[in-house]
Design a protein around this ligand. Sequence first.
Ligand code: PMP
Ligand code: GLN
Length: 382
Amino acid sequence: LNSMLSGLPTTIFTVMSALAARHDAINLGQGFPDTEGPADLIEAAAAALRDGRNQYPPLTGVPELRTAVARSNARFYGLSVDPATEVIVTSGATEALAASLMAMVDPGDEVVVLEPLYDTYLPVIRALGAVARPVRLTPPDWSLPRAELAAAFGPRTKAIMLNSPMNPTGKVFGPDELAFIADLVARHQVYAICDEVYEHLTFGGARHIPLMTLPGMRPRCVRIGSAGKSFSLTGWKVGYVTAPAAIAATVAKAHQLLTFTTPPNLQRAVAVGLDKDTDYFTTLAADMQAKRDLLSDGLRAAGFDVLPCDGSYFIVADIRSTGFAGDDVAFCRALTERCRVTAIPVSAFYGTDNAPDHLVRFAFCKKDPILAEAVARIRAGV
Ligand code: PMP
Ligand code: GLN
C-alpha cells in the first residue's frame, strides 16, 4: 500500500461530523449550509436530468458552464477569459486543487503554502513527490510574515498555494499583501494556485481580489471556484478552474485521469447560478455576515476571544479565555460531549509540529435559530 495514504488519518471534518452525530450535537464543525441552494438551480438540474443530459459531457465541461464561468470572471473581476481554452470544469474544488498541482509539479519541486491550510493541500503535494514549504500566518490577525515568505521561495519553487478568503481563518488578503505575493511569483517565475471557493463570501468593507488580476499575474495564476460555496450546494461537487490556455490544457490532462468528466446535469444548473443577477451574490454575503455576527457575539458573551473574520463560512475563537484546561482537540471533544455543539480544532489545519493548540473553528453557515441554540448550549455549559 502507498505509505503516505495508508498513514493518512481520516479527514477531521468526517471525524467531527461522526462525533456530532453520535452525541446529537449541533454540528458547527464541517462547513456546509443547512438550507437548500436556490430553487431555480435545483429545478434546472432536475430538468437537465429529465432532458436526457445524462451521458458523458465534454472533457473540459459543458459549453454553457464554461461560458458562464468566463462571463462571471468578466463581471466580477474584469478578466477576459476564453471559455474554449481557459476554463476546465472539475468535480469540486477538491479535484481542481489536485489537478492543478498534478499539472504543475514534478517530483522534488517545492510548493510554498500558508498555514493554517485546507487539509487536502499537503497530502496531495506529498503524493506527487513534491515538497511543501509552509509559512505560518500569525494570529490573532493572521498577518503575513513577509520576510519568512520571501525566504521560502528558492530555485526549486514551482508554485505557491493561496486561499483567500481563507479557511479556517476568515482572512481576506488585502491589496498590499497580494502585491507582495505577486512580486515573489513574478520574480521567481513560478505559478500560483488560487483557491477562491469563498470568493463571494466577504463581509463589511472586505473585498475579494483575485491574484490573477494583479499586473503580470494573468499568465501565472490558476483560479479555482466552487458551486458548493457560491450556491450553498456543497454536495454537488462542481468546481471550475480559470487558467491561461497553456496551463489549462495540462490541468485538463489531470482531470482526464482523475474523473474525466463532471455530471452534465449539475453543470447546466451551475451555469444558471453563475448568471444570476448581482443581487443574489450580494444577498448571499449579507446573510452570511449576519450569521457571523450572531455567532461571534454569542461566543464573546460565552467568554471566548473571537478572532477577526472578513470572509468564508468560519470564525476562529481563542479558548484560553474560557479557562478550559486542555488543548483545542480536547476542547472540541468536551464541547461535543458536554454542550452538544461541535467545532473543529484549528491545529488540524497545520501539517507541521508545534501548531497553535488554543484555537477552534466554528462554521456559521447555519439557520439563525440553530446558531442561537448553539450559543445557548455553550453559555450553559462552558
Ligand atoms: N478549498 C477550501 C478552502 C475549502 O474550504 C473547500 C471546502 N469544501 C474546498 C476547497 C473544496 O471545495 P469542493 O467542495 O468544491 O470540493
Ligand atoms: N470545506 C469544508 C470545511 O472546511 C468541508 C470539507 C470536507 O468535509 N472535506 O469544513
